[in-house]
Design a protein around this ligand. Structure first.
Ligand SMILES: *Cc1c(COP(=O)(O)O)cnc(C)c1O
Length: 361
């Protein structure tokens, strides 16, 4: 009898990795072979001296793509948001944002820590604020009231299930806020997902914001890095704040090289992640014990309710992990699933099959 030839030899670790479907976040994406090659060959210099040609090119391309005067490369989205908000506020002021906002919940209290500001939270269905709601929460101009200085929107809204701002809604908030003397920041960690869902260029959907932060390290697949785009004046100030936070990097063109590929090539494939998310959501909708409105899944993130499965999210994710399906709980009975370039349709099918078995058991 012929002996089967197994041409691929995987270590035990690699075998687990090859069969794991990691739906915890799009931050788990690994750099592509093209990114790794570009990193190895990157031209570099000292960026604190402004001499890293690859970082300079990345910042210039980001500014062009967003049709802004300038951009700044930063190590993380959190640092990008922190810097932008520092540049747009003064201590003692209020920042209006949605209650599930990343800047409020997952950035170590940075509003207070680095900008000396307090949040004014609004709860919004699907995480999408409207000008009517924002307007109501602007503090009256009385000397003993902390003054509202900034509105911060998140597009897509992560914890609301990757929801997207219709352009007229975010435009109206920007126009209203500006008229009221406030500035507007965009936490656009996944703004390319929003652009893909809306079928519009990022420059168009972000044009009214005073400063935009976006991540290369999420769905775009770069290993590290985010950018802030804005006016030349704000970016000059942002560069100084980045240094003060310890974010002045040296030959980081190695990272920017991967970032350039993420920026130029990866936005075009986000629609595949969205199609996989829709597929996954529709499948989840058919499983007893799971509640999800698949029609509301617009991008690569979904949050579903598992309360009628009889499990809480800790047990649920543990059961999934036993079958190499990874997903995070985001509430006692809420699970979040995120699709990305390292999960294909077959992976989504496998995840659905396991989830179905777990719910049936
Ligand atoms: C991931 C994320 C960020 C930034 O996160 P880092 O891990 O610091 O890069 C900011 N906002 C939102 C909505 C995010 O999902």
């Amino acid at each position: 009898m012929a002996v089967a030839i197994d041409p691929v030899h995987l270590s035990a670790d690699e075998k687990v990795r090859a069969t794991t479907v990691d739906l915890r976040s799009d931050t788990v994406t690994r750099p592509t072979p093209e990114m790794r090659r570009a990193m190895a060959e990157a031209e570099v210099g000292d960026d604190v001296y402004g001499e890293d040609p690859t970082i300079n090119r990345l910042e210039q391309r980001a500014a062009e793509i967003f049709r802004r005067e300038a951009a700044l490369f930063v190590p993380s989205g959190t640092m990008g948001n922190t810097i932008a908000i520092k540049c747009l506020t003064q201590p003692g002021q209020e920042i209006i944002c949605e209650e599930r906002a990343h800047i409020y919940n997952y950035e170590m209290g940075m509003l207070a820590r680095f900008s000396g500001c307090v949040p004014r939270l609004i709860s919004a269905p699907q995480g999408i604020l409207t000008w009517a709601e924002v307007k109501k929460s602007i503090a009256p101009r009385i000397y003993y009231r902390a003054q509202s200085a900034l509105v911060s929107l998140e597009n897509t809204n992560n914890m609301a299930g990757g929801s997207v701002y219709p352009q007229e809604v975010s435009d109206e908030i920007c126009d209203g806020a500006h008229e009221a003397g406030l500035r507007v920041h965009l936490d656009g960690a996944r703004v390319f997902n929003a652009a893909a869902a809306l079928g519009k260029p990022v420059a168009e959907i972000t044009r009214k914001f005073d400063a935009v932060m976006f991540c290369l390290s999420k769905g775009l697949g770069a290993p590290v890095g985010s950018l802030v785009v804005s006016s030349r004046a704000l970016i000059d100030e942002a560069r100084a704040v980045r240094k003060a936070l310890g974010g002045g990097m040296r030959q980081a063109g190695i990272l920017a090289a991967a970032g350039l590929i993420a920026l130029e090539k990866m936005p075009a494939r986000l629609k595949d992640d969205h199609a996989n998310a829709r597929f996954l959501a529709e499948g989840l909708g058919r499983i007893r014990g799971i509640r999800i409105d698949a029609a509301k899944v617009e991008t690569n993130i979904m949050v579903c309710d598992i309360s009628s499965s009889g499990m809480n999210s800790v047990e649920f994710s543990r059961r999934l992990a036993e079958h190499n399906i990874l997903a995070n709980g985001v509430g006692p009975t809420a699970m979040r699933f995120v699709t990305h370039m390292d999960v294909d349709r077959a992976g989504c099918e496998r995840a659905l099959q396991i989830i179905e078995e777990i719910c049936r058991a």
